[in-house]
Design a protein around this ligand. Structure first.
Ligand code: TXA
Ligand code: MG
Length: 322
C-alpha cells in the first residue's frame, strides 16, 4: 500500500468536477456518485490507474470492472454492440443496466479492467454529475462500487469516506444515490442473453423488452456463471508453474523483482501494484512466446500480491478437460 493520502470530500459542482477530471487524467482514483451507488473511478485505458482501484479497495481477487461511458456512441470505440445490446441500450440507457459485450480487437481498455477476458462490461449512467465527469475527463472510467472489499456498497459520500478514507484523494459528494442498488448485469456477448447480476433494472422488464427469457446462472446449467466465478476468467493456454525459484529449458519465466533470467518481469522493483498493472498483459505475452510452459517467480502475499496470487492459482489449476 502506498503512503496515506488526505481524502477530500468536495461538492459535486463545476469546481469539484474539474478537480476530479484532472486527477483522473493524471491516473488517480476518484469516487463519484452514480444513480445506483458511488463508484471508485479510474482511467479505464491505464493499467496503473486501474491497479490503484484494486489497491484502494484491498480486493483479494481481480474481478473484472464496469466501464462507464457518457453516451452510446462511445461504446463503439471499445466493444461490439450486438443487436440485442443495441436494443437494451436504446431502451434502458442511461440507467442502471450494465451490458457485457465482446471487446473490440486492439481496444484501448486495460486488460486489468476485463481481468484478461475477451468481453467488457459497459454502462452509461443516468446521473447527470457522473456524465459531466465522464465528459470533462474525456475518458472511459472503470469503476467498481466505492467500498473496501467485503463491505456494503456506498449510497452516500459519507459511506465512501468511512470505507476508503486515506486511500483515495477525492470523493465528489452528490448526495444520496437515487437507486441505491447496483446495476443489473446482462451478458449479451453470446447467442442468448444471460442475467449475471440482478440489480436496478428488473429482469422482467428486460425480458419483456427482448421478448425472450434470460438465461439465469442459478437455474440454467448452460448459463454463464455469475461474475467473478472461475469459468468467466481468462486462463492462459500454457501450463503454469508457480513459485518457481529456477527455470527449466522448455519454460518461459515471468519474474518478479530482481530475477536475472526472466523472459518477462511483472515488476523489477518488486512492487505488487506495478505487478498487478502488468499481470494480464504479461500473461498474454508469455502465452504467445511460450512453447507450452510458463514458470512464475514467487510473489509475496502482501499488498496486491494477495490478489495476484489468487488469480495465478486459478490460472495454474488443472483445466476441466485435463
Ligand atoms: O451499479 C453499478 O454497477 C456500480 C456503479 C459504480 O456503476 N458498479 C459496480 O461495480 O457494481 P462492481 O465492480 O462492484 O461490480 C462489477 C460486476 C462484478 O460482479 C464483475 O464480476 C462483473 O461486474 N463484470 C465485469 N466485467 C465483466 C465481464 N466482462 N464479464 C462478466 N462479468 C463482468
Ligand atoms: Mg461491488
Amino acid at each position: 500500500m502506498s503512503e496515506k493520502l488526505m481524502t477530500e470530500i468536495h461538492k459535486l459542482d463545476d469546481k469539484g468536477i474539474a478537480k476530479a477530471a484532472k486527477l483522473l487524467r493524471k491516473g488517480e482514483t476518484v469516487s463519484f456518485p452514480t444513480e445506483t451507488v458511488y463508484g471508485l473511478g479510474a482511467d479505464a485505458t491505464s493499467d496503473t490507474a486501474v491497479a490503484k482501484i484494486y489497491e484502494a479497495k484491498g480486493r483479494p481477487s481481480f474481478n473484472p470492472l464496469i466501464v462507464h461511458v457518457p453516451n452510446i456512441k462511445s461504446v463503439e470505440k471499445y466493444a461490439i454492440l450486438s443487436l440485442m445490446g443495441q436494443k437494451l441500450a436504446d431502451t434502458f440507457w442511461p440507467g442502471a443496466l450494465t451490458l457485457v459485450l465482446k471487446l473490440k480487437p486492439n481496444s484501448k481498455i486495460s486488460k486489468l479492467v476485463s481481468a484478461g477476458l475477451d468481453t467488457v462490461a459497459i454502462r452509461m449512467p443516468a446521473h447527470g454529475g457522473a456524465r459531466d465527469l465522464l465528459r470533462a475527463s474525456d475518458l472511459p472510467i472503470a469503476a467498481p462500487s466505492a467500498n473496501a472489499s467485503g463491505k456494503l456498497s456506498p449510497s452516500e459520500a459519507l459511506h465512501v469516506k468511512q470505507s476508503l478514507d486515506g486511500r483515495i484523494p477525492l470523493i465528489l459528494d452528490g448526495g444520496a444515490c437515487a437507486v441505491g442498488l447496483e446495476s443489473t448485469i446482462i451478458d449479451v456477448s453470446g447467442d442468448q442473453p444471460a442475467l449475471l447480476r440482478p440489480g436496478g433494472v428488473a429482469a422482467e422488464a428486460i425480458e419483456a423488452m427482448l421478448g425472450c427469457k434470460l438465461l439465469r446462472a442459478d437455474t440454467d446449467d448452460t448459463a454463464p456463471k455469475s461474475p467473478g466465478m472461475l469459468s468467466s476468467h481468462y486462463a492462459p493456454v500454457s501450463k503454469i508453474r508457480l513459485n518457481a525459484e529456477d527455470v527449466q529449458n522448455d519454460e518461459t519465466l515471468i519474474g518478479f523483482g530482481n530475477v536475472k533470467n526472466a523472459n518477462l518481469n511483472l515488476s523489477e522493483n518488486g512492487d505488487t501494484t506495478e505487478a498487478a498493472a502488468n499481470l494480464f498483459r504479461i500473461l498474454h505475452e508469455a502465452d504467445k512466446i511460450a512453447s507450452g510452459k510458463i514458470a512464475i517467480s514467487p510473489i509475496p502475499n502482501a499488498g496486491l500480491g494477495l490478489a495476484i496470487n489468487d488469480r495465478l492459482k486459478r490460472a495454474a489449476a488443472p483445466r476441466p478437460n485435463e
